[in-house]
Ligand binder design. Structure first.
Ligand SMILES: [Zn+2]
Length: 422
């Protein structure tokens, strides 16, 4: 796993410094004064023994949709055929042209690490033990598209742009991995496997699609990633993997029966000290509403299935965060990389703003010790440090949306946002 990364060192120390110094700086509140609210770490771990154990946390990096297909694929060294099959757009290069019209020319081809931009510095600084993304594209050169209006593909030779960020696990249970049919899915599985990237949520059979990615963190434990795609995110029901049919780990519904099915999968694998992530592609693309059934399902995953982190995605912008029984529920992590620059209509949601989520979890009890988010902005298909006003805007949104769940954020001196509980 962590290719070239030390499992020792900074995460625990860095986080501990944060605990002791918090709440650090500015806080955003509409009516509440968040400077008076405790950082989650300060609340959850205040004794000396707790602080000692925090050195043993596992730091997990999560983000939402990483869409390196279509326009982004076109600026990478080995673009696919630019032809696409959308009602109004016939070439993926048109998405590049839209972005260039807005923010100026992109010097093509870019190198494989280009798209990650300033995120790479954050990885270097924070050194998470495990990096998990939702890869929202097929990785294939196939041309047998599914007629659904939008089909994302990245060419196999461009997979180096995923390894450039040392991603450990790609979640594939989403509404684009089968855009180029079973062939496209099988290519995606093969190519990620050859690139030494673990996969969760899709496979050649239901057994494979249900199987988690297991990532060892030497000396600290394991992170186990189960991934699921819900119909509410636009995944067609017939994309569900079967006994002999490739596909995704489809969530039929959010009922107790489904909770039981997930519990059976988790029980087969989870050992004491494992950190279990349930990564779910669910809900619509826009808007902040969190349906009650999502909340109830997430609570059951934590209470009955022993899930430690609920990693929700599909929305193009960040949604609320909840802490339930000391464990985080990220209802929607938002887009992390997309080629939507210059596409109008939903500017108010600011899908150009992305968040890196760094979660420090204590493997001995699965409790969250710290959640720090780093805001970035997608510009010229590259992640850039967000401006102070954009950081402030995101802080206000997370406070507003977190209010009903009892969470907020405070801004650290380095411009990151730290989760607070009310
Ligand atoms: Zn999606």
């Amino acid at each position: 796993m962590p290719r070239g990364r030390s499992a020792e060192g900074s995460p625990a120390r860095l986080n501990r410094r944060r605990f002791l110094g918090l709440p650090a700086g500015l806080a955003y509140g509409l009516s509440m004064d968040l400077t008076k609210m405790p950082a989650i770490s300060a609340t959850l771990g205040s004794t000396h023994a707790d602080r000692t154990r925090q050195r043993d946390t596992i730091t997990v990096f999560l983000c939402g949709d990483v869409m390196t297909g279509r326009g982004i694929d076109q600026i990478l060294p080995f673009p696919s055929d630019a032809k696409i099959y959308e009602p109004y757009v016939q070439s993926a290069t048109e998405y590049v042209a839209l972005a260039e019209r807005l923010h100026g020319p992109i010097e093509k081809p870019v190198d494989f690490s280009y798209v990650w931009g300033d995120a790479l510095d954050e990885f270097e600084r924070r050194r998470p033990h495990v990096r998990i993304v939702n890869l929202e594209t097929a990785v294939t050169r196939r041309d047998s598209f599914i007629a659904k209006g939008i089909n994302y593909r990245m060419s196999p030779e461009n997979v180096a742009c995923i390894t450039a960020a040392e991603i450990d696990c790609c979640v594939l249970a989403n509404n684009h991995v089968l855009d180029w049919g079973y062939g496209g899915l099988l290519d995606t599985l093969d190519i990620l496997h050859s690139a030494n990237i673990k996969i969760a949520g899709a496979g050649r059979t239901i057994a494979e699609a249900e199987a988690p990615a297991i990532i060892d963190v030497p000396g600290r434990g394991r992170v186990i990633v189960f991934a699921f795609g819900s119909g509410s995110s636009g995944v067609p029901r017939n994309w569900a993997a079967g006994e002999d049919r490739p596909g995704i780990n489809f969530l039929e519904d959010l009922s107790d029966r489904t909770v039981d099915r997930v519990r059976a999968s988790v029980r087969r694998v989870k050992r004491s000290g494992d950190v279990v992530v349930a990564s779910i592609h669910w809900g619509g693309n826009w808007g902040y509403d969190v349906p009650r059934e999502q909340t109830e399902f997430a609570h059951k995953l934590i209470d009955k299935v022993a899930v430690d982190i609920v990693h929700g995605h599909s929305s193009h912008h960040a949604r609320a965060i909840e802490i339930h029984a000391g464990k985080p529920i990220l209802y929607g992590c938002g887009d992390f990389l997309n080629d939507y620059e210059g596409i109008g209509g939903y500017e108010a949601f600011r899908d150009d703003l992305a968040l890196m989520y760094f979660l420090a979890v204590r493997p001995h009890d699965g409790q969250l010790a710290d959640l720090t988010m780093v805001p970035l902005q997608i510009k010229q298909f590259r992640l850039n440090d967000a401006s102070p006003s954009d950081v402030a805007w995101l802080g206000r949104v997370l406070n507003r949306e977190g209010a009903t769940f009892g969470t907020g954020v405070a801004q650290n001196e380095d411009g990151s946002l730290q989760l607070t509980i009310r």
